[in-house]
Design a protein around this ligand. Structure first.
Ligand code: NI
Length: 448
């Protein structure tokens, strides 16, 4: 019998603030947790710059990964007990799928890098591709552990992440409109930010979840728990994930890395401020090994050294990021977008290079998608066995279904509109700039 897939003699239990306990029952899962690639996730914040707004949000991708594993474990335990497959293809749960589900849940974010969202845009990295590479590359510890199950096990786990795995129940558990990943991050992010609206009844949702031929559906009796989950998701996006201050700190991070790239890519001068670990990304040629050296601490250590760099913009952007000096922002739309060049001009006249101190950013979210074929809708099973798409029976879900919400914002230095004694040089610009802003929105100023 394969040692790694036999249950442990004594299960391991980790304490967790969201799920209370996380149960480890297989040696292979314990070995995966102990790999260098998974341990690295301890050094990457789950929410990037959100902790500049909600200071409690310091939790790591490691704790989220364990949480997703635990939810997937509970789903498969419930399915093993209540919906075991009797003949292949009967649409019930095949217990042989348990291990691939648990491994994929644990590893689904293993390719995330430091400040992923900002970093990916700037340097064309892709955490989903890198997750699959970490799983399938023979050079990683994760791959070595997975191969103790079977030679083709790494490919199976990678195909779950890639959504091409043949068993759609497994794919839906890790990646769908209501999956272990989303359920964990909503609860964990609500817990750590301290907001009160991200919570929902996870126990109830897991109770009403059922396997069927093409995925997972929910019993009609659990409709309100599912509604509550979607409302939580909606509110977390509007209130937490799209917070303008966190987004402005992302803008500063983006401009800081951009300026660093300009300065250091072709530098011949080498000193303590040279970001050796970042150079491959600045040059656009990096390998997996170089990627795995990055974490939030590495970036922040460089930023710290740049606070005294001779380049004024690099120095100031690093200081703004580390000392939390967010940019101000204003919402705009297609009718007012024409004013942006004028505002940039004023900012430039006030002494700020618009390239480093302004940005536009668009954030929209679709809280529930009832129609798109590639995103399966949430199905409820009636007492007579027929299926109903959630928004057709839930008025509250119908109200948010297929409606994307969010905004477009223009970011600029606060100093332009909030004059401080030291920079009253900007007073005249401040008055002029303010004519364009009303109730946080960009407006066309009235002619005198
Ligand atoms: Ni995740």
């Amino acid at each position: 019998m394969n040692q790694t897939i036999t249950p442990l003699d004594h299960e391991k239990v980790f304490r967790d603030p969201v799920h209370n306990h996380i149960y480890i029952r297989y040696q292979v899962i314990l070995d995966l947790i102990n790999t260098t690639e998974v341990q690295r996730l301890r050094r990457i914040h789950q929410l990037g710059t959100t902790s500049f707004t909600f200071h409690g949000a310091e939790h790591s991708r490691f704790s989220h990964s364990l949480g997703v594993y635990e939810i997937a474990r509970r789903i498969s335990e419930n399915f093993n007990k209540n919906y075991p497959s009797k003949v292949p293809g009967d649409g019930l749960w095949d217990a042989n799928e348990e291990l691939v589900t648990l491994a994929a849940a644990l590893l689904h974010d293993v390719g995330h890098g430091a400040y992923s969202h900002t970093f990916e845009h700037l340097f064309n990295t892709n955490h989903e591709k890198i997750t699959q590479e970490i799983i399938t590359s023979p050079d990683t510890e994760v791959n070595k552990v997975l191969r103790t199950v079977s030679d083709d096990f790494p490919d199976k786990v990678a195909s779950v992440i890639n959504k091409t795995y043949p068993n759609k129940q497994v794919v839906a558990m890790i990646s769908s409109q209501i999956d272990a990943d989303r359920m964990d991050y909503l609860l964990r992010d609500a817990y750590n930010t301290g907001v009160k609206y991200g919570t929902f009844d996870l126990d109830r949702i897991l109770e009403v979840m059922r396997p069927y031929q093409d995925g997972i559906y929910f019993e009609m009796d659990g409709m309100h728990a599912v509604e509550d989950y979607l409302m939580s998701r909606f509110q977390m996006y509007q209130q937490v994930y799209f917070h303008p201050v966190s987004r402005s700190m992302e803008v500063i991070l983006n401009r800081l890395l951009l300026r660093a790239k300009e300065i250091f890519t072709n530098t011949t001068q080498v000193n303590a401020q040279t970001p050796f670990i970042l150079l491959p990304f600045f040059k656009g040629e990096f390998n997996l090994n170089e990627y795995l050296k990055l974490d939030d601490g590495v970036l922040e250590t460089y930023f710290n050294t740049w606070k005294s760099h001779p380049d004024k913009d690099l120095r100031e952007l690093a200081t703004r990021f580390l000392d939390r000096k967010p940019l101000k922002s204003v919402a705009y739309d297609e009718d007012t977008a024409y004013l942006l060049p004028k505002l940039k001009e004023l900012i430039s006249e006030a002494g700020f290079n618009p390239k480093y101190y302004t940005a536009t950013d668009t954030n929209f979210d679709l809280p529930y998608d009832a129609y798109r074929p590639n995103k399966k809708p949430i199905q409820l099973v009636q007492h007579d066995g027929s299926l109903q798409e959630l928004s057709t029976v839930s008025p509250i879900v119908n109200a948010i279904s297929n409606k994307s919400t969010g905004d477009q914002r223009f970011f600029f230095p606060k100093d332009v509109i909030i004059p401080d004694q030291n920079i009253n040089l900007f007073q005249s610009k401040f008055d002029e700039f303010n004519k364009y802003i009303k109730n946080g929105k960009l407006i066309t100023p009235k002619e005198k």
